[in-house]
Design a protein around this ligand. Structure first.
Ligand code: FAD
Length: 446
């Protein structure tokens, strides 16, 4: 069954024939070109310091092939941007799921974070000169980028805490402060940082203090102090940098959108990006399930005289995983449809639902697959340990679960409480009236 024939019925009416054809091409490219090349990519990266200086040849070869197949920049939705491949968020969502099955497929098709979010920022908020200098080479996959918001010295899930100082001096901005978890900053092709800091720390409106400026990597005064590991994985060459800014100077033309517009920019950036992660995570779940099915049917590795698939509990793991991944997919596709029908702002609730539910659900599925492999599941011989580590970070990155849950809970409570209380009161009184009329004594004490 090809990918286009597996589109859930609820999403089918929203998917064009062109998108269906592309979806099948993406599947073939991922399964036949990218997944087998994942190991080549890792081997070409090598060991030690070399991992931060190498651009694996296989990646450039895959990029060439993807371009020829028309599998390029599918993430930029057609109703908001003209620069992409002309698909909707929903159509890209179905494709992103497939890309999520390989370590390298997203970059090979120029749909990789953080470039995707950064390209959206430049396309949406950048001026012509900024677009020409930075968006054009990013769209061509010639350079890479990083988004620098999180800081080591403040709780960054509340972005009003950000401290990096951006001071205006003559015809320049001067930046001082520290950033960490700057994903992508390790790549030798990373040429541009989008840096969020404070231009007006004393503004009484705490949402107008921040700005985002474009800072070329390697500008004097920037030190990449170290690269951070995720559960021991270095994620090279992309990596996650801890970066210090010491009197870093950029021209006034480096400002995106205008001083004090930083919050607007990060909110615009993070909406669709969260959905992209969730979509790829669904693909990771499908991959874990495939690996689980392969192990439990391995005739060579039987326990107590039977393959694992003959033990009832294992079939229950497979069944539960199938149910959970199919349900999680629907919540992601629903959010994508909602964005397509309006914009990311009108789909805040649906995006947050997917952002929270998908990683939690998929971690459980991967964990079952790990368990099915026994000790092999926690080592480098299957993709499961790496998948688990990467997806675990999604419960923190782009805002921790608790922050999204707090916002979702607050909004659900605010929007519904008056109507719910009034309805339940009316129903109770009506019940009491009906009971009395029928000669019964009301019993509820509420
Ligand atoms: C792999 C990875 C990649 C990343 N890439 C980037 C990147 O490219 N650019 C970038 O700028 N950042 C990046 N980040 C950083 C990420 O966005 C932040 O870690 C995240 O926003 C949380 O901020 P913090 O780490 O400062 O945690 P803190 O703000 O210190 O929060 C700590 C914990 O407090 C709890 N908490 C917070 N608020 C509440 C609340 N309201 N109620 C209850 N509990 C709460 C949560 O459990 C949270 O995990 C990345 C992180 C990871 C792990």
């Amino acid at each position: 069954m090809s990918a286009s024939t597996r589109i859930p019925p609820i999403a089918q009416p929203f998917v064009s024939e062109r998108a269906k054809k592309t979806l099948d091409l993406v599947e073939e490219f991922v399964e036949k070109d990218c997944i087998p090349a994942d190991a080549v990519f890792s081997a070409e990266l090598g060991e030690g310091e070399k991992r931060w200086q190498t651009t694996p040849v296989v990646m450039e070869q895959l990029k060439e092939k993807a371009k020829k197949l028309g599998l390029w920049n599918m993430f930029l939705p057609k109703n908001h941007f003209t620069q992409g491949a002309g698909f909707t968020n929903l159509e890209y969502g179905l494709m992103a799921e497939l890309l999520g099955k390989s370590k390298i497929a997203s970059e090979a098709t120029n749909n990789a974070a953080p470039d995707t979010g950064n390209m959206e920022v430049l396309a949406k908020y950048g001026n012509d000169a900024q677009k020409q200098q930075w968006l054009a080479p990013l769209l061509e996959g010639k350079i890479r980028s990083a988004f620098l918001m999180t800081e080591p010295d403040v709780a960054s899930s509340d972005a009003t805490n950000i401290e990096l100082n951006i001071r205006r001096e003559g015809n320049e901005y001067v930046l001082n402060g520290s950033k960490w978890w700057s994903s992508g900053a390790g790549d030798p092709r990373c040429q541009i940082y989008l840096v969020m800091g404070k231009t007006d720390p004393n503004n009484s409106d705490t949402y107008k203090q921040q700005s985002v400026v474009l800072v070329p990597a390697g500008t004097r005064g920037i030190t990449v102090q170290r690269m951070l590991h995720v559960y021991g994985y270095d994620d090279a060459p992309h990596g996650h940098g801890h970066i210090v800014f010491n009197n870093v100077r950029v021209p006034l033309s480096a400002m995106i959108l205008g001083e004090g517009r930083g919050f607007e920019i990060i909110q615009g950036r993070l909406g669709p990006g969260r959905i992209h992660h969730a979509m790829r995570t669904i693909g990771a779940a499908e991959k874990a399930l495939e690996w689980m099915i392969a192990r439990v049917n391995d005739e060579k590795k039987q326990t107590f005289g039977k393959p694992l698939s003959a033990h009832g509990v294992i079939l229950e793991w497979i069944a539960k995983s199938r149910i959970e991944v199919d349900a999680a997919r629907l919540i992601v596709l629903n959010a994508a449809i909602k964005i397509d029908q309006g914009n990311a702002k009108s789909a805040l609730k649906e995006i947050a639902q997917a952002k929270v539910l998908v990683p939690q659900t998929v971690l459980t599925i991967i964990d079952r697959a790990v368990q099915a492999y026994g000790a092999a599941g926690v080592c480098q011989d299957t993709p499961l340990a790496y998948l688990w580590a990467g997806i675990r970070t999604l419960r923190i990155a782009d805002g921790p679960d608790e922050v999204h849950l707090q916002q979702l809970g607050r909004e659900e409570n605010r929007a519904r409480k008056d109507a719910v209380i009034a309805k339940l009161k009316w129903q109770r009184e009506e019940s009491e009236r009906l009971l009395s009329a029928a000669g019964f004594k009301p019993k509820s004490h509420l």
